[in-house]
Design a protein around this ligand. Structure first.
Ligand SMILES: *Cc1c(COP(=O)(O)O)cnc(C)c1O
Length: 412
């Protein structure tokens, strides 16, 4: 597919290339920009997402259910595409709930997590009939009130803050003091209270962290999660029907990072399925994945407005920046700024190559999409592509900062 001499990062090899120009869903990038009506924009490749889910399912044991955690990419067309491919959708706000309910995903396969659910959100979730992952005693009481007012027994699961942490992870969301979930030691009392309140208990939710590239570390956390759930299950008012052991599957962004090896995860999950099948027959084992399903299918595209040389260094000043793509600027959970894979999309190899920095229009030095990266020599009007941009892109960015227009989003 790629001609020799192209930049070697793996991200780029995931898309087709013709005449030195990137293609998304079979559409050459220039043509896609014309079709969108301008730059900047995000483009997500439909076939890539379909393939990703198929490959994941082929790698994992058949008994594992895959859910989509839609905060990674809540574009309605993307969520609908995934609704047809996965076994459930996990939402984390009333807004996401509304998007999920508009898809073809059955209501019974939608779950709702989040440490700060409002009374209005809880009422909507109870009325809709989705599974509410309860994250505190106070949230449980408010869920029960909503149930009483509506005359409907809420479907609930308990999100546990486990005593273990997911090792080698990008963003920790479990282990020690956390705003997420109920400390494991407090769960038995909470389960008793669920029984008193007469709510419809389904199971447990344990989510320990995000962006993990170690299959061994993930398998270890999954083993601990299943063990913890089975220890707590006897305190529950009803048999375990759902065990959501989170996700945290990472994707490689930076030089030297290797794609996640699913081998240890799949082997571990088979053991967990066997254990669960013996101790809690009929319980579903769910994974909830966001980033892993969509990150690599997406690119962010902006246009070079100006080529500028300052003290011998080349700056490509573009119409896109951190206000659309905070993560690529290094300001979304990175400790040390590193470059996302970036290339000139309409001249991938190009004639000459050079070191250039890609900056946005914002008056802040943080507005940096590539810092001194090797790429084709670009001119005004060329299209800069940021790869690995399908997750935590647009909706994880401060779009109001400096008042520039919103970028378009397309699923191709
Ligand atoms: C954010 C989140 C996810 C998705 O995490 P990824 O790293 O994108 O897979 C899953 N579950 C919960 C509860 C989350 O908050």
């Amino acid at each position: 597919m790629n001609a020799p001499g192209l930049p070697s990062h793996a991200a780029l090899r995931q898309f087709a290339v013709a005449d030195d120009m990137l293609e998304v869903g079979g559409v050459p990038l220039r043509r896609l920009a014309q079709r969108v009506g301008g730059t900047p924009f995000y483009a997500y490749e439909r076939a890539h997402i379909v393939r990703r889910v198929a490959e994941l399912r082929a790698a994992l044991p058949a008994g594992v259910h895959v859910h989509y955690a839609m905060k990674a990419n809540p574009m309605p067309a993307v969520v609908q595409l995934l609704a047809g491919l996965v076994d459930g959708i996990d939402v984390a706000s009333g807004g996401e709930l509304a998007t999920a309910l508009d898809t073809t995903m059955p209501v019974g396969r939608i779950s709702f997590a989040g440490p700060g659910k409002s009374d209005a959100e809880l009422a909507r979730a109870v009325a809709a009939g989705v599974l509410i992952n309860v994250e505190s005693r106070a949230q449980l009481e408010r869920t029960a009130l909503a149930s009483e007012r509506l005359g409907l027994a809420a479907r609930v699961a308990v999100r546990i803050n486990p005593d273990f942490a997911l090792r080698r992870t990008g963003m920790r969301m479990g282990g020690g003091a956390q705003p997420f979930g109920v400390d494991a030691s407090l769960v038995p009392a909470l389960l008793g209270r669920i029984g008193q309140l007469g709510l419809d208990f389904h199971g447990f939710h344990i989510y320990a962290g995000s962006q993990n590239l170690s299959g061994v570390a993930l398998a270890e956390a999954q083993e601990h999660s299943v063990q913890l759930a089975l220890e707590l299950a006897p305190c529950a008012p009803a048999p375990l029907r759902v065990l959501n052991i989170g996700g945290g599957f990472g994707v490689p962004y930076f030089p030297g990072e290797q794609p996640l090896d699913l081998g240890p995860v799949a082997a571990g999950l088979q053991l967990q399925l066997d254990k669960l099948g013996a101790a809690a027959p009929g319980a579903r084992l769910n994974l909830e994945l966001g980033r892993y399903l969509v990150a690599e299918a997406g690119i962010y595209v902006c246009k070079v407005l100006e080529r500028k040389v300052s003290h011998g260094q080349v700056f490509l000043v573009t119409d896109g920046g951190l206000h659309h793509h905070l993560a690529a600027s290094g300001n979304f959970g990175q400790l040390i700024r590193k470059n996302y894979p970036v290339a000139i999309g309409n001249r991938l190899r190009g004639g000459a190559r050079e070191l250039a920095s890609v900056v946005g229009p914002l008056c802040t030095p943080l507005d940096l999409l590539a810092d001194q990266m090797e790429m084709a020599r670009a001119e005004e009007g060329d299209l800069v592509v940021v790869f690995q941009s399908g997750a935590y892109g647009l909706t994880a960015s401060p779009t109001a900062f400096l008042g520039h227009p919103l970028p378009a989003e397309v699923l191709v």
